[in-house]
Ligand binder design. Structure first.
Ligand SMILES: Cc1cc2nc3c(=O)[nH]c(=O)nc-3n(C[C@H](O)[C@H](O)[C@H](O)COP(=O)(O)OP(=O)(O)OC[C@H]3O[C@@H](n4cnc5c(N)ncnc54)[C@H](O)[C@@H]3O)c2cc1C
Length: 363
């Protein structure tokens, strides 16, 4: 059977062929496929929803193992919460919708994110003030180094902003299942995100029915092209292309001064304290202020989304090399204007971003 180009399996619709493609629908088949590729010494790519990868035009010389495992099990915990043990290949948003229908709280603000359940711990998926790390209690995984199965608790997962042990040590862990603990209250967790609170008509820290939060989040996300929609070319992306930079507090002050010198005293960049002496700022703010507007790029190839500065989109005839060229142009523009280094969020497959000094961590 011929292997389809990986562009057919990624939300960016980019990427050349793989040498081999194996689709797995249960844990045993998944682990066997990984063991077989490792025994052969073949490079391995685990691929689920394909919504956070940038695959090279030349494709991937190795075995692609598609994760399409299915299973959801719910158990009432002693403290009244529901524990959901979910197979890695389950669709994330289908799972979120089912939890909302059952009045379970803790992931309502993560509605509308594409991809699989097993993909969520990899970069500690987050949006609108929630992160999966807040509700994950365990990740069941196969360790390709020891050849054994493990259940990692939340501490062992080393969750951080868009990061985890799975992202820090790429390729080592095969996530088989994720366990979440959700509150069966029907009321959301406290709303932490100002735009969402305004949309719901509640104060920051207030609550709302989980179904209302889901609808509000989906509406906000659709307005930004952040819900996959075959009729909307702005959704042909990998979501946010760059993470929000985290700077040492004194570097943030230097950068804020540079921004004020450039555009006037009222041009103070947004900054959120995230840990002692560190500040997270907005990648979208930096990109816009560096002169890259929505729609910038090639209207038939790769361009910034017309709805969201952080998303790079494939308008139909784009290539991965064009995407990387635009991303580098943007990162270089931000570096030159503000001295801040942008770091891509998606995983590069068959090529690497690190080839240039642009990838220096700004912390
Ligand atoms: C329109 C759009 C909006 C988005 N919005 C958000 C958002 O709001 N917040 C956010 O955090 N992300 C967002 N994303 C990014 C993406 O949806 C998430 O990161 C998602 O969790 C990726 O899951 P996936 O199954 O598609 O992973 P894939 O793209 O298939 O894989 C991503 C990486 O995870 C690895 N991987 C996948 N499955 C496994 C497994 N079972 N075991 C081990 N490794 C595995 C892959 O090898 C690869 O390195 C968005 C993407 C798009 C296209």
């Amino acid at each position: 059977m011929s292997v389809p180009p990986l562009s057919e399996l990624t939300t960016l619709r980019l990427g050349g062929p793989a040498t081999r493609l194996v689709t797995t629908d249960n844990d045993e088949a998944l682990v066997d496929a990984v063991r077989a590729a490792d025994a052969e010494g073949a490079p391995l790519l685990l691929l689920a929803g394909g919504s956070n990868v940038v695959v090279a035009d030349a494709g991937f010389e190795g075995t692609v193992v598609r994760v399409q495992t299915r299973d959801v099990e719910g158990i009432r915990m002693a403290d009244g919460r529901m524990r959901l043990n979910v197979a890695a290949g389950e669709n994330w948003d289908v799972f979120v919708a089912a939890c909302i229908a059952d009045g379970l709280a803790g992931i309502e603000a993560l509605s509308g994110i594409p991809g699989s359940v097993g993909g969520t711990p990899i970069q500690n998926v987050g949006a609108y003030g929630q992160e999966v790390a807040d509700v994950i209690v365990a990740v069941r995984a196969f360790d390709r180094v020891s050849g054994e199965l493990h259940e990692l608790d939340t501490e062992e997962c080393l969750f951080d902003y868009r990061s985890s042990i799975f992202k820090r040590d790429p390729g080592r862990w095969v996530v088989l299942g994720v366990s979440f603990a959700l509150e069966p209250t029907g009321e959301s967790e406290p709303i932490r995100y100002a735009e969402l609170a305004a949309c719901l008509g509640v104060e920051i820290g207030g609550r709302a029915p989980v179904g209302d939060v889901r609808e509000a989040v989906l509406a906000l996300r659709r307005g930004k092209g952040m819900v996959l929609d075959p009729t909307d070319p702005d959704t042909v992306s990998a979501g946010s292309f760059f993470t929000n930079p985290i700077l040492r507090a004194r570097d943030f002050d230097t950068f804020a001064q540079r921004a004020a010198d450039r555009a006037g005293a009222d041009a103070r960049p947004p900054g959120w304290p995230v840990e002692p002496r560190a500040v997270k700022t907005s990648a979208a703010w930096l990109i816009e202020r560096a002169g890259f507007h929505r729609g910038y790029g090639n209207p038939d190839g790769i361009a910034i989304s017309s709805k969201h500065t952080l998303a790079l989109t494939n308008r139909g005839a784009g290539t991965t090399s064009e995407l990387v060229a635009l991303a580098r142009e943007i990162a270089a523009g931000v570096q030159e204007a503000f001295g801040v280094t942008l770091v891509p969020e998606p995983v590069f497959v068959g090529h690497s971003w690190a080839a240039s000094s642009l990838n220096l961590d700004s912390r």
